[in-house]
Design a protein around this ligand. Structure first.
Ligand code: GLA
Length: 727
């Protein structure tokens, strides 16, 4: 018997799908786990979801399916938009098959961890078939995708989005904006009647991408209020939205944003949406932790310790010189770096940003003996070697563009406006794809390259395929994913970083094929405090490239001491991006200490749970990472401004086990106090070096400890270790 109700339950979350009446599934509940419910209870819960018929509205209660249909009376955004010459634009899908992998009991199918549902529905009049995949991972992350199959004559698809309902109490929104060198800045709002729509039309994820569109109970924070978030796992054009109707119905949703005429389905053709993720949380930390657990459970999630990386970009830019680069490698190895990345500038004609993209041959003038001498030198120092590419781009001033001008994405018989002196190479053209792939395969086969920094430095505008000029962003995005997958298959163990003018390609689509993202071209630690804080809403810290750069920040012209720079990068995938040949001896010694501390604590930093305290003062951001067995933790008190009060008072620390006694010790790295008196609890043992204090997890959570005094732009770190379980 086909189930009428399906209860997916895992990781503290429940999703109750209602398929009664052969209609597309609606979600009767998505949120906190319902526990083990009986068929009768499931029935009753589904009934509580049915709204009374309001005056001047359709006579049947309206139900919003995961692909909302207008024919039910829904006047919000329809899930499917498209037509066959003015026909088949408002379908009525009737379910023909449901697969859950388990038997239904009295109409209810219960799916525990890793539950997956497949639903097939058809509209014979519209000659369309819709296939839905709805899954709840072990961690409790919901993801869904829809496939449209055209059973009739040619059909033009304009949009296929999915929507998840959210309760009426979720009236506040949080999503992200940003720009180059200031990615993922949070923006808050209320959810009035209407649509809060975030469109990404850059042909890449974008520095200003919504990243995650969250709605929650008013006043929600890291530890308070329920939140529901949606994320579109795709790096091309995309949209996220939150919508509230006059009848009080609310959904969050999203999908790919298709350009006019981009997807024309001929008979038998199909289109599959990206995965649309839905992440519930009892507060933003719970939501982020759920997503981190989900990502960490993937088979391809990087499991070996994240190698401390040196990237040479801010040290040398385009000025490649073997002796200088070798000296940098020596210094890097001496301070504990484990991976060395040669950035832009190594290939033919690439003396600056104006030329050479596409000419993927090692430049014979700069590198007469190829890259081998540098790679050998790096490897002899015990480090891996990584290399920068920008496979989807081409400079008009390149041999490639001169030979194949038709491979440049374009429309209207003209070239798009240049950006960073470059155009987009159309990987949707099989010959262009093969050219880039073969060049990369050749370079990876003839050199010991363990890592690619994969860049993507411009938006895709007017991105059509010559000669017709038909839109090509969808194909381009798929081709980039395919190329990444192909290279990974050919070169097992190869790691890829997703970079895009800094952090403009950070999403769950690209992360299926890559091992870390470059968060931002801005290495200013004060800016990075904010970017790390919020990028972690989507990705765990081990996937976030975080570099200790020079004292003087190249993008903001601020200066910061080493302690603040290091402590701000410490929690991510640590790296160095600084001309170490000009660093002072004391700086190198301190840098080595910070790197050693990171390496010693890497398992905790990259395997623990993120906690962020709701600020008791806007100038103090307290966050931490707690071991999953609650035996250890590391907290950071980041002083990101000057408060009107000093000292600031007691700070409470969440995430520990209430009944365990912990020792809290300030970490003796850097000089966060600047010589000012420290709080008495630092020296409760009376020794010369601070030995800290013993308190239970409960006391730390409810009472807390005095925050030390600090100058702005400093971080105090505290190591917390279980002293003894209580009683
Ligand atoms: C982008 C990246 C930088 C660097 C340059 C090289 O801007 O974000 O890290 O690789 O390209 O041109």
């Amino acid at each position: 018997m086909r189930p009428e109700l399906i209860h997916l339950t895992a990781g503290g979350v429940s999703v109750l799908l209602d398929l009664r009446g052969g209609q597309l599934p609606t979600i009767a509940h998505w949120g906190e786990s319902l526990g083990a419910i009986t068929p009768m209870e499931a029935d009753a819960i589904a009934l509580t979801d049915v709204r009374p018929v309001a005056p001047s509205s359709p006579d049947e209660p309206m139900r919003v399916a995961v692909v909302p249909e207008q024919r039910t009376g829904w006047t919000g955004r329809p899930g499917l938009s498209g037509s066959r010459d003015g026909q088949a634009w408002s379908p009525w899908f009737r379910v023909t098959d449901v697969q859950t992998g388990v038997d239904a009991v009295e109409g209810l199918a219960t799916l525990a961890a890793g539950g997956a549902v497949r639903v097939v529905a058809r509209d014979d009049t519209a000659e369309l078939q819709l296939e839905l995949a709805i899954e709840l991972s072990d961690a409790g992350v919901l993801r869904a995708s829809a496939t449209l199959v055209n059973l009739g004559p040619t059909y033009r698809l304009d949009e296929l989005s999915l929507a998840f309902p959210v309760p009426a109490r979720a009236r506040e929104t949080l999503d992200f904006a940003g720009r180059w060198a200031k990615e993922r800045t949070p923006q808050r709002g209320t959810l009035p009647v209407g649509t809060h729509l975030r469109e990404g039309r850059r042909g890449r994820t974008g520095a200003d991408a919504a990243t995650m569109l969250i709605v929650g109970e008013p006043g929600f924070g890291f530890a308070r209020g329920e939140v529901w978030g949606v994320h579109v796992g795709f790096s091309g054009n995309h949209q996220h939205y939150a919508e509230r109707l006059a009848g009080g119905e609310q959904v969050i949703g999203g999908g790919e944003l298709l350009l006019p005429g981009e997807l024309v389905l001929h008979t038998g053709d199909s289109y599959r949406t990206p995965w649309i993720f839905g992440v519930y949380g009892g507060g933003l930390d719970d939501q982020a932790q759920r997503l981190h657990r989900h990502l960490r459970a993937r088979p391809q999630h990087p499991r070996r310790p994240r190698p401390v990386t040196l990237n040479v970009w801010e040290a040398v830019y385009f000025d490649h010189d073997f002796r200088k680069l070798a000296a940098l490698a020596d210094r890097a190895a001496a301070v504990g770096v484990e991976r060395y990345v040669l950035d832009d500038g190594w290939f033919r004609h690439r003396r600056d940003a104006r030329a050479g993209l596409g000419d993927w041959y090692v430049d014979e003038e700069i590198w007469p003996a190829g890259l081998t001498p540098l790679i050998d030198h790096v490897r002899s120092l015990g480090m891996e070697f990584g290399l920068w590419f920008e496979p989807e781009m081409v400079n008009p001033d390149s041999d490639l563009a001169r030979a194949h001008p038709e491979w440049i994405m374009q429309t209207g018989g003209r070239l798009p406006v240049e950006a960073r002196h470059q155009q987009v190479l159309n990987l949707g053209i099989p010959e262009a794809y093969r050219y880039v792939r073969d060049r990369m395969v050749d370079l990876l086969s003839s050199n010991e390259i363990a890592y690619i920094k994969w860049d993507h430095n411009r938006d895709l505008v007017d991105a059509g395929t010559a000669p017709s000029g038909a839109p090509g962003v969808h194909d381009q995005t798929e081709a980039a994913y395919r190329l990444m997958a192909e290279l990974k298959e050919r070169f097992p163990g190869l790691e890829i970083e997703s970079c895009s003018s800094g952090g403009a390609r950070v999403d769950l689509g690209v992360i299926e094929h890559t091992d870390r993202v470059w968060v931002s071209d801005c290495n200013d630690p004060l800016e990075r405090q904010e970017m790390m804080r919020w990028t972690q809403q989507l990705l765990p810290p081990e996937l976030l490239g975080a570099h200790i750069a020079s004292e003087y920040s190249h993008t903001t012209h601020r200066t910061h001491d080493l302690g603040f720079r290091a402590a701000s990068a410490l929690f991510g995938h640590l790296g160095v991006e600084w001309d170490l040949t000009t660093a002072r001896e004391t700086e190198l010694r301190q840098l080595a200490e910070w790197i050693a501390f990171h390496r010693e604590n890497r398992a905790l930093l990259h395997g623990g749970e993120l906690v962020r305290m709701d600020p008791m003062d806007p100038t103090l951001w307290v966050s931490g990472v707690v071991a999953t067995d609650r035996s250890r933790a590391l907290y950071a008190f980041a002083y990101v401004g000057r408060s009107d009060a000093a000292p600031l008072g007691r700070v409470t620390l969440r995430g520990l086990d209430d009944d365990t006694l912990y020792r809290v010790v300030p970490v003796a790295l850097g000089d966060p106090s600047g010589g000012r008196p420290v709080p008495p609890w630092f020296d409760a043992g009376g020794a010369d070096t601070p030995t800290g204090i013993e308190l239970t997890g409960r006391t730390l959570r409810t009472v807390g400890v005095q925050a030390p005094l600090s100058f702005p732009d400093r971080v105090w770190l505290f190591q917390v270790d279980a002293a003894a379980p209580r009683g």
